[in-house]
Design a protein around this ligand. Structure first.
Ligand SMILES: [Zn+2]
Length: 413
């Protein structure tokens, strides 16, 4: 089709105004003509997120204790997640299989919450009061004998798996966004927040977008990483095995793309607890702070920093428009989570309850890697922060992939 020169100019001006100048890795913003329709669809999708359902999915994950990688309880959790994904209609589940050898030089030796931090990872800077951080490796620190027994089996080197399913795009099945959270945990608790909260978020979004009356132009892969706590090994295995497969049609002529080209990677890791800076005595307030927010981070010291920052602002804007309770804040020090192995390849961000470096790294979450990371530790105000992160990601990803809901009455979008 030929286009009149004035239209080309208009289109070019619009593109220049709203699209990333240097990147083709982020889908262009929705066209004005479809913006109202998009808003209606996105609002309807986001409205399907429900606090009690989100809590129930977290609760379901906690039946497998801390889900430590390389244990039977971790494998049982993967089976359970896969069954859930299939039941949601995300039936094309697949698994990445890799081998993980325990690196004793990397093993954490701190047996309790013992270290007062002075520096933060990811380029961040610690300010103000700090509280002790560390990983609990002491079974006796878990007072509940049922959980102590459930978490008794320790990890051994060997084969590992992680599960994903994919919403296949109708017009661009060869391109996808990756939406992830890690399903493994540590600390002799239930890993309810780290990272049951992120895993449940990914699962709930998969459920809503897998409904038969929902279509997306581009594909979305929902993945629950394993081995995050050992050093992002599940995400690293995914990149190593699948980076080179991107965008290849297989079998040729089938219209099937086993690994669609990556457009962005969005990680969710610890979504619920934002009680503020520790007090001077190293304790943390009991209640969610009134100013709690969703922290969207990109890594300024990465090859895809520009593209990642643009993706972060798309999520911040989606939060402002569609999240019901808590705002989002963008930061530049994304670190120590499964988006890290992607950040030099594709636009990559993480969503969290706090910034990983300056906040979590300064002891703002007293349940982090501790026996107290249990479902019963959290209040609805905590769970609701996770739900708002889910609203943020669902709205942003629906916009980026052109999600539409087929109206059951009219049979039209
Ligand atoms: Zn985590």
């Amino acid at each position: 089709m030929r286009i009149a020169p004035t239209l080309i100019l208009t289109a070019f001006a619009a593109l220049a105004a709203c699209a990333p100048a240097t990147s083709t890795s982020i889908a262009a913003a929705p066209r004005p003509a479809t913006a109202i329709m998009d808003t209606v669809s996105i609002r309807a999708l986001v409205g399907q997120l429900d606090l009690e359902r989100y809590k129930a999915t977290i609760k379901g994950l906690t039946q497998f204790g801390d889900r430590r990688q390389g244990t039977a309880r971790n494998r049982a959790a993967i089976d359970w997640i896969e069954t859930q994904l299939k039941s949601y209609g995300c039936t094309n589940t697949e698994r990445i299989t890799y081998n993980y050898q325990i690196d004793t030089t990397r093993a954490r030796t701190a047996a309790q919450r013992s270290r007062l931090p002075t520096t933060a990872p990811g380029g961040a800077k610690i300010r103000g009061n700090v509280a002790p951080i560390g990983v609990n490796n002491d079974s006796l620190a878990q007072p509940d004998p049922r959980l102590r027994a459930l978490n008794t089996e320790q990890t051994v080197s060997g084969e590992r798996q992680e599960v994903y399913c994919t919403k296949v795009g109708t017009t661009h099945p060869d391109e996808m966004y990756i939406v992830g959270g890690h399903m493994d945990g540590i600390g002799w608790g239930e890993a309810a927040n780290d990272d049951g909260s992120g895993t449940a978020l990914v699962m709930e979004i998969a459920r809503i977008l897998s409904a038969p009356n929902v279509t997306t132009d581009r594909s979305i892969r929902f993945i629950l990483w394993n081995n995050e706590e050992s050093g992002l090994d599940g995400a690293r295995a995914y990149v190593a095995q699948r980076q080179a497969l991107q965008g290849k049609e297989s079998p040729a002529g089938s219209g099937k793309y086993p690994e669609p080209r990556w457009l962005g990677m969005i990680q969710h890791d610890m979504m619920m607890f934002d009680h503020g800076m520790p007090l001077a005595d190293h304790t943390v307030r009991k209640e969610q702070r009134l100013e709690a927010d969703v922290n969207i981070e990109f890594q300024s010291n990465s090859k895809m920093a520009d593209e990642s920052q643009k993706l972060a602002w798309i999520f911040a804007n989606a939060n402002e428009k569609f999240a019901t309770d808590y705002p989002a804040t963008v930061g530049r020090h994304m670190t120590n989570t499964d988006s890290t192995p992607f950040m030099d390849i594709v636009a990559s961000i993480s969503l969290r309850e706090n910034e990983r470096g300056a906040h979590i790294g300064a002891g703002w979450d007293p349940n982090w890697h501790q026996p107290t990371d249990m479902y019963s530790t959290y209040s609805d105000k905590d769970f609701r922060l996770g739900l708002n992160a889910a609203q943020t990601t669902l709205a942003a990803i629906a916009q980026l992939t052109g999600a539409k809901i087929l109206d059951k009455v009219s049979n039209r979008y």
